[in-house]
Design a binder for this molecule. Structure first.
Ligand code: NAD
Length: 477
């Protein structure tokens, strides 16, 4: 498989374009390979092909759709090394983190293959009721740049399982692994069932505006999520919005400090903080605050920021220049305001040509500071003190967002009580915030609408249909 040529895939055919774009390698800002930018015609052709394919695909027996999803999984895993390589280059990710995306995929396939999505009947006194989940049609899967494969696969599987057809739109910052993945699946699905379009800034809005795309499954920023809501109102599209957050970790005084400090650091700095569920604020009980922060800094000292070319690198760069500017601006704000900043080991000089940012802990800034209130989406996070349970819950909840949170304590009952008072979609007790396919995942407040995965996430790709069959023709109202 050639790893330096990339195509859109429309109606089973590889397509180039007269307009090309290039993303960069964030470790040194050098341009990577050219990728086609979809034209208006590509979009129209893809939607028409998906609409046409939907007629048969939606009627294909679910067991057959599951078999084809298994073939998808086999092909994906057969190209694991190549796709890992692409993820390392476009994301600057160390090998283990890039491979994680491919290692996670089988869990998603297995979970969805095991689901029973058949119609369910219920026998009532006067009638039987059959509940069916009818696929919506053409789905636009609009993806972010931070975990391109796992997040796109997490949309593609349930959509295809239910009988929908999918057009995947990668982020222009990270198109390579997704384009290559869809290309290598050539021939598995009938033409039009699974397509991919890389585009410029106009493509996302065009998909959202398209009258023949009834479903948008979107993962990305709150700002874009709001634009999608506005634009999709015209055709009342079904939306799943997985958006940003500002997740808090609450550390109780009874924790094993050295162990938990290390775990909290790994949750805050996973993918250099570029994960929706990364811990973005750490609330530490006052009685252990100094010792806990010291243990966190010690854990940060063991991290090695560097390029994926070096096997010792544990953390990579910021993925793209726009995000690098945002994170740098937040750091400058902390410096300008004189907040106490603690960093791990110094960054090697040669990394200055790339988009690297040293992991940075901001020690007890004001609650109102930008570093507390904003989603950094980078390796910069604040630690804060608390000494009153209700007060810390109030502070954690005092955001417009509500994606996830973690609570750390030896007292599981107390942690559970606190968890039930948090206004977020998922809470992890004594572990970092990592979703699993078996658990539905979605945000409260401005962190999203709906959810994905779990027992019920697939239903968001369907309309519900109920068939009432009366037992007697003489039913009286
Ligand atoms: P983004 O919103 O800038 O872009 C996401 C996708 O939307 C890209 O493909 C982009 O091209 C497309 N897009 C941009 N404008 C559009 C428009 N007007 N209409 C339709 N599509 C449009 O987000 P990003 O910077 O790629 O990702 C980072 C954000 O994503 C962070 O806020 C992060 O928290 C969030 N995120 C959330 C989850 C989750 O599951 N909740 C997971 C990962 C990332």
């Amino acid at each position: 498989m050639a790893l330096d040529t990339f195509y859109n895939v429309v109606n089973g055919q590889k397509r180039q374009s007269t307009k090309m774009a290039q993303s960069i390698d964030p470790t040194d800002r050098r341009s990577l390979w050219p990728v086609p930018v979809a034209s208006d015609q590509d979009l129209e052709d893809a939607v028409a092909a998906a609409k046409q394919a939907f007629r048969n695909w939606s009627k294909t027996p679910v067991e057959h759709r599951k078999q084809l999803l298994s073939t998808f999984e086999e092909k994906l895993l057969a190209s694991k090394n190549d796709l890992t390589q692409l993820l390392m280059q476009e994301g600057g990710k160390p090998h283990a983190l890039a491979a994680f995306e491919l290692n996670y995929a089988p869990l998603l396939f297995k979970h969805h293959r095991d689901l029973d999505i058949n119609e369910q009947s219920e026998d009532l006194t006067d009638r039987s009721i059959v509940t069916r989940h009818v696929p919506l049609g053409v789905v636009a899967a609009i993806c972010p740049w931070n975990f391109p494969l796992v997040l796109s696969i997490g949309k593609i599987i349930p959509a295809l399982l239910t009988g929908c057809c999918v057009i995947v739109k990668p982020s222009p910052f990270a198109p390579y692994a997704i384009l290559k993945m869809i290309e290598l699946l050539h021939g598995i699905f009938p033409p039009g069932v699974l397509q991919v379009l890389n585009g410029d800034d106009a493509l996302g809005p065009a998909l959202v505006a398209h009258k023949d795309v009834p479903k948008i499954s979107f993962t990305g920023s709150i700002q874009t999520g709001k634009k999608i809501v506005e634009k999709s109102a015209l055709s009342l599209k079904r939306l799943t919005l997985e958006l940003g957050g500002n997740d808090a970790a609450i550390v109780l005084p009874d924790v094993d400090i050295a162990r938990v400090a290390k775990q909290v650091i790994s949750g805050a700095l996973i993918n250099s903080g570029q994960m929706c569920l990364a811990t973005k604020r750490v609330y530490i009980h006052d009685s252990i605050y100094e010792t806990f922060v010291e243990a966190m800094v010690k854990a940060m000292d063991e991290l090695i920021v560097g390029s994926p070319d070096s096997e010792s690198s544990t953390h990579g760069p910021i993925q793209n220049p726009l995000q690098f500017v945002r994170v740098s601006d937040l750091l400058e704000d902390c410096e300008k305001r004189g907040y106490s900043i603690k960093i791990g080991r110094a960054m090697a000089d040669e990394l200055r040509k790339g988009l690297f940012v040293q992991p940075t802990l901001v020690d007890n800034p004001p609650e109102t500071s930008r570093v507390v209130q904003e989603e950094a989406f980078g390796p910069v996070f604040p630690t804060l003190k608390w000494d009153n349970e209700q007060d810390v819950i109030r502070r954690v909840n005092a955001m417009d967002t509500g994606l996830g949170a973690s609570i750390w304590s030896s007292d599981i009952e107390k942690a559970g009580e606190m968890a039930r008072q948090l206004e977020v979609g998922s809470i992890w007790i004594n572990t970092t915030e990592l979703p699993i396919p078996q658990a539905m995942f979605g945000g409260h407040k401005q962190s999203g609408i709906g959810g994905e995965w779990g027992k019920d996430g697939w239903k968001a790709f369907c309309n519900v249909q109920i068939i009432h069959t009366m037992k007697s023709r003489d039913t009286k109202l």
